[in-house]
Design a protein around this ligand. Structure first.
Ligand SMILES: NC(=O)c1ccc[n+]([C@@H]2O[C@H](COP(=O)([O-])OP(=O)(O)OC[C@H]3O[C@@H](n4cnc5c(N)ncnc54)[C@H](OP(=O)(O)O)[C@@H]3O)[C@@H](O)[C@H]2O)c1
Length: 337
């Protein structure tokens, strides 16, 4: 076991796009677990749009990361020293931790991964830690799709969007994806089975959406906010639902983002717009993992993980999420398990 711990610390709050001086990569000595705690070594780090929110001192669903503290992240690791009877050396854990090779774990922050069944730990972590359950509960519990309805998903080739769209297909919906490149459009349409895909960078989104949704939109799974939300609002059907999952198009904004200009549609079309945070569904994870696991085993859902090696590459890799340079779920691999 190394005696040096490589860690990322938050040195500055981002203004606009994440810059290189927001985090610093440093070497420290290993922390010592106290009573009821354990030390674990990082195997995989999830990179998530919400990392940008955690860096910022804005209203959010968790406290922001304190300046100069270790950067927060969703992690998967292996216990190497333990003062807790339930977390033996060698156990695999996942949950909320920090961007560091070694870190202290508690049962409040991380849990045992347990038997991963037919899935290697890396697949289990990349699909089931965040994006799969977010797509599952967001679409089914909040969106309540019905067979025959038209569902639109933005950031459709990302971790959450690609799975949400496939669940909507399983539920018998017409599914239209909006994403940022022709390759991503081809992937969701030709391989994942979406009925249509729109490249919002090259196409006129209002007219492309009108063509792809001739019967209007019943359910919009919103991963991006901003202009795409506005365009979708305009085409919502009576009693439609908007699942507010995320706002990635607005996270790097330096000024308040105006709109949505089509807000009156919420009244006119009697829409339900509901946000959610996946942490509120932690107690129901087994349900999502069982359903998603079965659909993956049956070939009804395909998942893609984009792996970048090396904790030192975490900051540069995180930026991919805001430029669309990732397809599927983006993770850092420190050491396979
Ligand atoms: N509510 C919750 O509990 C919860 C949990 C997890 C994630 N989320 C949210 O779900 C969304 C997707 O998360 P994810 O982890 O699956 O990330 P992701 O979709 O794998 O990656 C982000 C994608 O967003 C797209 N994007 C970036 N900037 C954009 C812009 N200005 N306009 C439109 N699209 C843009 C990019 O794809 P393109 O190439 O298509 O532009 C990028 O690949 C995020 O908003 C995230 O915050 C919410």
């Amino acid at each position: 076991m190394s005696e040096v711990n490589r860690v990322w610390r938050l040195r500055k709050r981002p203004a606009g796009e994440i810059s290189d001086d927001v985090l610093s990569f440093e070497e420290e000595s290993l922390p010592e677990p106290g009573e009821g705690e354990f030390l674990f070594r990082l195997n995989y780090l999830s990179l998530d749009p919400t990392n940008r929110i955690w860096m910022s001192d804005v209203a959010q669903y968790m406290p922001p990361v304190a300046l100069h503290a270790h950067m927060r992240g969703v992690v998967c690791g292996t216990v190497v020293r333990s003062h807790h009877p339930d977390f033996a050396e060698g156990a695999i854990v996942s949950g909320v931790g920090v961007w560091a090779d070694y870190q202290i774990g508690t049962p409040q922050a991380v849990s045992l991964m347990g038997d991963t069944g037919p899935f290697p730990v890396v697949d289990n972590f990349s699909t089931f830690a965040i994006v799969g359950p977010t797509a599952y509960f967001g679409l089914l519990d909040i969106g309540k799709p019905k067979a025959g309805e038209t569902v639109v998903v933005s950031a459709a080739a990302g971790g959450v969007g690609s799975i949400a769209g496939q669940i909507a297909k399983i539920k018998g919906c017409r599914v239209v994806g909006i994403t940022g490149s022709d390759e991503k459009c081809a992937w969701v349409r030709d391989e994942l089975g979406f009925d249509a895909a729109i490249n919002y960078r090259t196409e006129d989104v209002p007219s492309a959406l009108a063509a792809a949704c001739p019967a209007g939109i019943d359910l919009y799974f919103d991963n991006v906010g901003g202009e795409i939300l506005d365009v979708c609002l305009k085409r919502m059907n009576l009693y439609g639902r908007i699942v507010s999952c995320g706002l990635i198009s607005q996270l790097n904004a330096t000024e308040p983002v105006p709109g949505p200009y089509n807000y009156p549609m919420i009244v006119m079309q009697r829409l339900r717009v509901e946000g959610f945070i996946i942490l509120d569904f932690l107690h129901r994870y087994p349900e999502a993992i069982a359903a998603l696991g079965q659909w993956i085993a049956e070939g009804k859902i395909q998942v893609r993980t984009q792996i970048v090696d090396g904790l030192e590459n975490a900051l540069q890799s995180l930026k991919k999420l805001y430029t669309g340079a990732n397809t599927g779920k983006l993770i850092i691999r420190v050491e396979d398990v």
